[in-house]
Design a protein around this ligand. Sequence first.
Ligand SMILES: Nc1nc2c(ncn2[C@@H]2O[C@H](COP(=O)(O)OP(=O)(O)OP(=O)(O)O)[C@@H](O)[C@H]2O)c(=O)[nH]1
Ligand SMILES: [Mg+2]
Length: 677
Amino acid sequence: MPRGTLNLGILAHVDAGKTTLTERLLYSVGVIDEPGSVDAGTTQTDSLALERQRGITIKSAVVSFTVDGTTVNLIDTPGHPDFVAEVERALSVLDGVVLVVSAVEGVQPQTRILWRALQRLRVPTLFFVNKIDRRGAGYERLLGDIAGRLTQAIVPMGSVRGLGTREADFIPADKVSGSRLAEVLAEHDDAVLTAYLDDKAAMPDDWLRQKLAGQVKDMLVHPVYFGSAITGAGVDALLHGLPRLLPPAGGDASEPVSGRVFKVERGIAGDKIAYARMFSGTLTVRDRVPFGRLCAGKVTAINVFADGTAVRRDSVTAGQIARLSGLAEIQIGDVLGTARDRTDQHYFAPPTLETAIVARDPRDKPRLYAAVTQLAEQDPLINVRQDDIRQEIYVSLYGEVQKQVIEATLATEYGLATGFRGTTPICVERPVRTGTAEEVLHAPENPFLATLGIRIDPAPAGSGIAFRLQVGHQSVPLYIYKNTEGFAAAMEQYITETLRQGLRGWQVTDCTVSLIRSQYSVPDGPPTTRGPLSGPQDFRKLTPLVIMAALRRAGTVVCEPVHRFRLDTPADTLNVLLPVLAKLHAIPEVSATRDSWCTLEGDIPVTRVHQLRQQIPHLTRGEGVMESAFDRYEPVRGPVPTRPRTDDNPLNREEYLHRVTRRGVRDRDEARAVRDS
Ligand SMILES: Nc1nc2c(ncn2[C@@H]2O[C@H](COP(=O)(O)OP(=O)(O)OP(=O)(O)O)[C@@H](O)[C@H]2O)c(=O)[nH]1
Ligand SMILES: [Mg+2]
């Protein structure tokens, strides 16, 4: 009888060995007879043709096995920063994570980014230091690196021998009582401390291991395993550590259904298949289940992950992962049933580039739009949109590799030859000062049956948009919105939608928006508010006008995404490198030289990252290593870019009213008639 389920993520910087480790784990438990190889394109989880060709993971993939009675659903994620959105979606369904770090490269930029997200999400995490067979692999150095750059709260679960050779092996600590582990545990547990001071050799091992699991669950400590996914060293120790150290999925099968879709794919017949993790409840074939915003559908088939495959079952229950068929409208990220927590949170920076995508044959344009929209089902962050004037199709991107993948997917899966027109940064707009605006019910220039007053205040960089409702319940049309919270939620939604395009067409961010006045009209109200009953449309359509007026007064500064780069290179290449860096506006601020090597660190505009990356091998005789990651937004220097609008353009009052208010104008006339009667 299985003891439980553990939904486990394997995360790491690109190429650290996640897919190879997954393969080894599957081999160790007997799911496969031979471990496949990433380089030969024969692994279980890199199953897409593109993944096999390129030798990198592009989509998260689920495999399942049983170890010591626990069903482990393992999600192998991509490490390339262009596909971080895949990691984000997987993160919301995990009980625990193995964060893989290369024993040679150590902690890398993406490792740090992932670590921060794991901390924020509070996912219990073990480390696996991989590639101990490679020349240059470290042990103490690696522990120091993790302690220095990620967390001090680590305990090595054993030692290594033969480091840096094919024979390298991991020796699990057979007794933990006398070790560093006890000391680390004692820091957060008085019982351990007392026992430790009393007689550290006499502490029962099982008891300590239990304490360890408790502290791993609470994220107070992170065990570190060492090994090699290629030779299999240390993999068994890690494997048996998983069910012992990571908390199994909880959840009550008899409670209402709550689940989350973290992957969507299309079956051979083009039908949608949703990968969902259940947090509570039981979902049965032929159940009608609500999901996303106001959608629902009937589940026609359920395949639950267990023992190496996905097995056809009648139902899926709390803790499990299943493939669901029949939900035609379902989108990645959708909640099934009731939400367990806030679902709209992002843990990584959004895409920072965009490009227009064009069909080589103009007649393919409608087909292209349909195809890209379908790709967006699997990755909403590509944010497909068409501008009003030129009718060009735009997508958002993390980088060049993702762009190539989109192009290849459109060619192979849809038979569409496409190209891209320029890649430009996606900027944001930050309000610079406080701006207030108001539209008043029954004022001659206001065609909507509502009063709205809005104030926009600048907020610290990186804080996003916060909304505050500062009106009393007497100003809230409770016949529409049930309660004040309902009104606040609706207003927040209208406001957020409007702020997607600021004064220059970019997403507005880093501000607090307060609703400071609101009013509605009723047929039997006092003279000032008497009129036809206001509807939700009045509030929804009036919001953009008020927001844009307030934003105009606040003014905005357009900010572009900036990457932080780090470049390790032989010192004698600097004389050719530095002029190229300068040309690409990459400003090295920190540099350190050790032996004949030099490390440069600094900022680079996001649009130049790819160019620089491409030139590094040839500028550094193939020895330079460059890493870069999104760091922040900075005010654009030089000409300020504008983005074509795709909305009804509330900046231009006449145009906006013309587009949205045939009904509005009629309402205004009616309103006047009622008021004057
Ligand atoms: N020497 C050695 N090479 C390894 C080890 N693990 C993985 N590799 C190699 O490292 C490269 C990357 O391995 P992958 O398993 O694809 O790494 P990944 O983390 O899944 O990469 P992405 O999914 O693209 O982020 C491949 O060439 C592997 O053969 C190891 O333990 N030792
Ligand atoms: Mg991989």
